[in-house]
Design a protein around this ligand. Sequence first.
Ligand code: NAP
Length: 282
Amino acid sequence: MKLIDGKVISESIKQRVMLQVNELKEQGVEPCLAVIIVGDDFASRTYVNNKKKTCEYVGIKSLEFAMPETTTQEELLSLVEKLNADNSVHGILCQLPIPKHIDEKVILNAIRPDKDVDAFHPVNAGHIMIGDGTLLPCTPAGIMEMLKYEGIEIAGKNCVVIGRSNIVGKPMAMLLINASGTVTVCNSKTQNLAEITKEADILVAAVGKAKFITADMVKQGAVVVDVGMNRDEEGKRCGDVDFEAVKDVASHITPVPGGVGLMTVAMLMQNTVTAAKIQNNK
Ligand code: NAP
């Protein structure tokens, strides 16, 4: 079994981003990411801090807009519009979840598609479906980078994605289809899940259930990508895959922590630089 090391691969992406940041700066463009956080969700705060720290590491300027839980939809929209119009801001990210009294869709759809570094806007989702996306959702794009780094061929392979969310499962399936994989997407209503997963050469688990994928669900020699971010019964961080058991069956496997999660942040940096290039015709 080979461990797919998110630490090593995300670092290589960050080094690539750093070079692009320096090139842009030499041309008078300072890539800038605006991060909006509404309310005081603990996990969101941790994610935002991590994104800001990574921006600093690669040389991207970051702006934080921390708004109170009581922020109205109009107030949040007017901030997004202000950032849309600000030429010095290249990427806009609204950390999810946002408070329930605000319509998440309205906010995400208000972000200018060429500044939408999460790539959640329907315009960017459409580009991914057509296969000509430039801003790609960070988690699936990060997984594609992992597969590429490891030299794992996708064309002609049976790929099974468990989960159909708009942020992970669906775009993951699209990227694998675009890479000529034969793709099956499963959801909570899927019958005989284990029979399907056992056919997978590449298995991507994005379910959100601790240790959901057991060794008997995995084909010998499969590539197993674990997107899940859960806690086990002892409160320890774990993925959707029962790592200890599945590692003996898989040819390649991503760990949690130290896997896909690190790639997500690195790809956000890449998207910010890509957005800065597009907006400045570089
Ligand atoms: P989500 O929106 O809750 O989607 C979960 C998906 O799993 C749904 O499509 C659901 O099916 C499916 N599912 C649930 N139970 C199932 C079952 N028994 N059999 C088959 N499918 C089942 O979650 P998400 O946002 O995609 O995230 C998934 C996981 O990845 C979470 O643990 C999340 O924390 C993690 N995540 C990690 C990163 C990272 O950077 N590492 C980024 C994003 C998310 P239905 O559609 O039928 O309900």
